[in-house]
Design a protein around this ligand. Sequence first.
Ligand code: CA
Length: 232
Amino acid sequence: MRILLIEDEKYIASAVAERLKKDRCAVDLALDGDYGLDCALTGIYDVVILDVMLPKKDGFAVLKELRAGGVTTPVILLTAKSEVADRVRGLNLGADDYLVKPFHMDELLARVRALSRRPPEFHQGGALACGDIELDPRALTLRRGTSAAALTPKEAQILEVLVARRETAVSKDAIIEKVWGYDVDAEDNNVEKHVSSLRKKLARIGSETSIHTVRGAGYRLIAGARQCNSES
Ligand code: CA
């Protein structure tokens, strides 16, 4: 397994790197955000461990630019802040997991292993057509004819899950598991917030495709107008 560690605190960086190497990982270390982003953009890593407070470019900016660059490598954010707002911000920007400092090394290792085991479920093909909409998970766009809306990475992933299981109810737990992955206590209303935003965007592009709330069961995507198929 090849891991990129972006961390400016040298004692933490060397302790984490040592431990990962014992676990038979190849570890590259970046001591600032600029260099870390350059390394991460190569896309060659299995997991990126990213500190939030960094010189030159902070972890949020690195993450944002990494995802904007189309790199989907799983990212674990290391944060000294335990505020929910920071956690949510990181997850919204496309982090897969986070750890609050100080963390236990075994916990970090467990999360690295869990993320590297995750199959690449997202961003595999081109655009997905469903009813009257077309979702491009890589470009983070939602289209209906010539109308388009930009999506956040999480909105695109949630919509992708709903499109894959269209016309059937998908529970919030299943969405959290698919989109946020291993053991992240993403609150339910977090999913609600993204779904609410997706509904607004569907309405904005004039789509008849809608996300129905199914009482006690989650959400169901109902395709509007044209039938679902894999061709656009
Ligand atoms: Ca730091």
